[in-house]
Structures are given as structure tokens and as C-alpha cells.
Design a protein around this ligand. Structure first.
Ligand code: ARG
Length: 469
């Protein structure tokens, strides 16, 4: 079916061909076919319960819809070949082709406006589930890395200047925390969108005595029926919220990408990315480029743009439905598909990374990253922190002049700046001691990181795992 199948009666002139192609949404919404069929079956049952159609008619409609589903399942190409305007017209056209006049009864009291709102919410359930599973898998990959590297020292940076040593495991677990917040935002958004718009009609509600609560339950909406038809057909908050969640996830992944692209440079030389997620140069034979991470970083930009587009798309649209909303799906699906792809690819990168352990330890030991600990040692010996900071700073300046580590300052300089400290500083300012001191909750000490990684593993393994459909 093509052209004006669902609405031609009022029109004296056929639509312009160019305009018809311009307004189609089948190329984007074909993926809603399962939900359109499920929603249509539920609507047939609701019409029957409201005595609008007979039991027998409802049974025939359901059987035909089921058969259409089987046919599409075998060859999804039938949708695109139909030339229908959108997935809703396609399903209805296929229904009429199968059961004739009876198929024309299905749309009683229903509009594509409440239909598309319902289909989309149903479809998002599956996408949200896949997004959450991909995020959890990346969390697991990072926890595995944290277990392996809980005691491997790395330089920690602020302002991209070496600051204090951290452990590689601590760095990995930072991203596990971010993903946990992302997943919690996802669960919130999912709960908020769990209401059923079907039965709202085009904008004013349906004139047939549909039991909307039963319909909502039939379609598995835990929050029941939407309470205002105008809002129900024009609400796209869930598209915004989920695109925001995808954006935040990608923001986090792009920071991980940036951290690791830097650690993998020849300048830093602290990690080696797996060949499996890098590419070479068509001209320079020696090159190995971190393309997977760069694409994740770049994809984030695209999805942030989608979020902005979804906001602007809805701004100033009058109640209720406007065709502008058709543009939402391209943006929303791209955001969620991209987030899933990026999570999966990042997990590949994480599982294949190798730390250059000697270089990591060397880099974590230099650049006076133990200066804070020197000040802290003075504090422990009774010096007020502000004075201790000043004195440790002077010691750093002197050590820089001499080109030595703080713990190797000559006796005279030690006597001048660090008189309160007795004994060999090598151990107290050594990497192991500096790391081990930070054992409070949230700290980078190896023992703490091992403990945190174990807790994360237990929590992630404890999660009830619904398999993908
Ligand atoms: N394809 C439309 C969309 O995605 C749904 C159809 C509503 N069309 C209409 N003219 N009211 O939003």
C-alpha cells in the first residue's frame, strides 16, 4: 500500500510524489513492527471487551496480526518493499489484505498519534534493557581490570600534570562508578515512562468505552494508563531523558577514551592497546592508531547533538500532536544504538589493554608526586600543615636544582628544611608507602581497591540477569 491509504477521502488531489517521499517515516520506524503488532492485538482485545467488535472478530484479527508478524520475521524486507507511509500504515494494510473488511475495523477509536506513542514506549523497553546489559558488561570488564591492576602504580594527573600516584585499578573503578550512576538514571527514566498512551485517540480521548487500565495492564505498563490525552500523544519526555542518559554515558566513555588515548601515546607510553581495536595508516607503515577510542569520543559529539536537536524539536510545539515529532525517532534511535555500540566496543578495548608495568611504576615514582606525603610526614611530626606545605615546596625546589629525589636530598638540605624528620625517608616516601596510606573509603590504596573491586564483582554478579529477547 502506498500514498494516501489511511486518509485519502477528503483529498481531491493526490499528494505530490516528492512530498510523499519527504514525509515517509517507514525507513526509520520499520523497526517498531513487533510493537505495532503487539499494540494492535491488545487494541483488538480492548475493542472486543468494549463490545465494539465480537469475540470472533477479535480472534480473527489477532490471528491475522500474528501471521503478519511471522511473515515479517521471515523476511523483514517486505516492510520496505511495501512503500507504505509508516509502519502503522504497513501493518494495517497487510491486515486488510489478509482479512478484508474486518481489518478496516481495527483502527476504531484509535489514532496513529496514540499508536506511535505506545509503540515507541514499548520498543524502548527492549533498547533500555540492551543498553543496561551493555553498561553492566563494561562495568564487569573494568572490574576485571581493577582486580588485575589493584596494586599497579600509575601517575595520577590534575591539569594533565603529574599530581599523586594512583593505582591503575583505582582509575578503572572510577569509570565503574560513573556507569553505575548512568544505569540508575536509566532505571529512573524507564520507570517514569511506564504508562500507556493507547486509548488517548488523536488528542481528545477515545469515544468508545475502552477499559484503559486493563489495556495498560495487557501491554505490561506497570504505571497504568496515561491520565491526560493531550499530554499522552505529545509527551516525548522519555525520548529526551533516554537521550540524556545516552549522552551522559558517552560523556563518560569519551573521558575514558581520552585518558587511554593519552596513556597509549609514545609520550606517555604507559599502556598498549590491543591490535584488535586499532588500525594502521595507508601511508606510514609503522603507525598503530587508537581508532576505536577516537570513534567513541567522536560518537559522543554526535549524540550530544541529538539531545540538543530533540530539545529544539519540541520547543514551542503547540499541544497536541504535531508532525515535527516524527523526527524524534531518528535522533533517539541513533543515540541509543550509538551508546550500545560504544559500550560494547569500549569493553573490547578494556579487555585487551596491557599496562607497561615498569614504565607505569617509573612514571608514578618521578616528578615529586610524593611531595604531599613529605608535607604530611612533617605534619605528623607536629608542623602545622601550611608551614609543612611551604617547607616541602622549598625542598622540591632544592631537589629540582640538584636533580635528585626528595628522599635523596643531601644532609644539609634536609637539616635546613626537614629537621623534624628522622630516619631514612626512602621507604616512607616510596611508592608503596604513598599508595598504601590512602586506605580510607574512596582512596587509591591497593588493599582498598582490591576490596572495592571485590564488592563490585559481587554486586554485579548478584544482579538478576534477564536474558536478551
Ligand atoms: N509517523 C508518525 C510519527 O512518527 C506517526 C503518524 C502520525 N501522523 C499524523 N499525521 N498524525 O510520529
Amino acid at each position: 500500500m502506498s500514498g494516501t491509504g489511511l486518509w485519502g477521502g477528503r483529498f481531491a488531489q493526490a499528494p505530490n510524489e516528492v512530498f510523499l517521499r519527504f514525509q515517509e517515516s517507514l525507513s526509520i520506524d520499520a523497526r517498531l513492527w513487533r510493537e505495532d503488532i503487539a499494540g494492535s492485538m491488545a487494541w483488538a482485545r480492548a475493542l472486543c471487551d468494549a463490545s465494539v467488535i465480537t469475540k470472533d472478530e477479535a480472534k480473527q484479527l489477532e490471528a491475522a496480526l500474528e501471521a503478519i508478524g511471522t511473515e515479517i520475521h521471515e523476511d523483514e524486507g517486505v516492510i520496505a518493499r511495501s512503500g507504505a507511509e509508516d509502519v502503522h500504515s504497513f501493518v494495517e494494510g497487510a491486515l486488510v489484505a489478509r482479512v478484508g473488511a474486518l481489518g478496516k475495523k481495527l483502527h476504531t477509536g484509535r489514532s496513529r498519534n496514540d499508536q506511535v506513542a505506545t509503540d515507541l514506549k514499548l520498543h524502548l523497553r527492549g533498547l533500555v534493557h540492551r543498553l543496561d546489559l551493555a553498561a553492566r558488561d563494561l562495568q564487569l570488564a573494568l572490574v576485571e581490570l581493577a582486580e588485575r591492576t589493584h596494586d599497579l602504580a600509575l601517575p595520577g594527573y590534575t591539569h594533565l600534570q603529574r599530581a599523586q600516584p594512583i593505582t591503575a585499578g583505582h582509575h578503572a573503578l572510577a569509570y565503574v562508578e560513573m556507569l553505575a550512576r548512568d544505569r540508575s538514571r536509566l532505571a529512573d527514566a524507564e520507570e517514569r515512562m511506564d504508562t500507556c498512551p493507547l486509548g488517548s485517540g488523536a488528542l481528545a480521548g477515545t469515544a468508545f468505552p475502552i477499559d484503559r487500565e486493563a489495556l495498560a495492564e495487557d501491554l505490561g505498563f506497570g504505571g497504568g494508563a496515561t491520565r491526560n490525552s493531550l499530554d499522552a500523544v505529545s509527551d516525548r519526555d522519555h525520548a529526551l531523558e533516554l537521550t540524556f542518559v545516552a549522552s551522559t554515558m558517552l560523556l563518560h566513555l569519551s573521558r575514558l577514551a581520552e585518558d587511554w588515548i593519552f596513556l597509549a601515546t609514545q609520550e606517555a607510553g604507559l599502556i598498549e592497546l590491543s591490535d584488535a581495536v586499532c588500525t594502521g595508516s595507508s601511508l606510514m607503515p609503522q603507525k598503530k592508531n587508537p581508532d576505536a577510542l577516537e570513534l567513541v569520543r567522536g560518537r559522543a559529539g554526535r549524540v550530544f547533538g541529538n539531545l540538543q536537536a530533540l530539545l529544539v524539536l519540541q520547543k514551542g510545539t503547540p499541544l497536541a500532536y504535531n508532525r515535527d515529532f516524527q523526527e524524534d525517532k531518528r535522533l533517539l534511535f541513533d543515540a541509543l544504538d550509538s551508546a550500545i555500540d560504544c559500550l560494547v566496543v569500549t569493553a573490547l578495548v578494556v579487555r585487551g589493554v596491557r599496562h607497561r608495568e615498569d614504565a607505569c611504576r617509573r612514571a608514578a615514582s618521578g616528578s615529586y608526586q610524593n611531595a604531599t606525603d613529605l608535607a604530611d610526614l612533617l605534619v605528623a611530626a607536629g608542623v602545622p600543615f601550611r608551614d609543612a606545605h611551604e617547607r616541602a615546596g622549598l625542598a622540591v625546589r632544592r631537589a629540582l636544582e640538584l636533580g635528585v629525589e626528595l628522599e635523596h636530598l643531601p644532609g644539609a638540605d634536609r637539616a635546613k628544611h626537614l629537621a623534624e624528620l628522622t630516619g631514612d625517608l626512602s621507604e616512607q616516601l616510596g611508592l608503596a608507602a604513598v599508595l598504601a596510606r590512602r586506605e580510607t573509603i574512596g582512596g587509591t590504596a591497593p588493599a582498598r581497591v582490591r576490596e572495592e573491586a571485590a564488592q563490585w564483582r559481587a554486586a554485579l554478579e548478584d544482579e538478576k540477569q534477564d536474558p536478551l529477547e
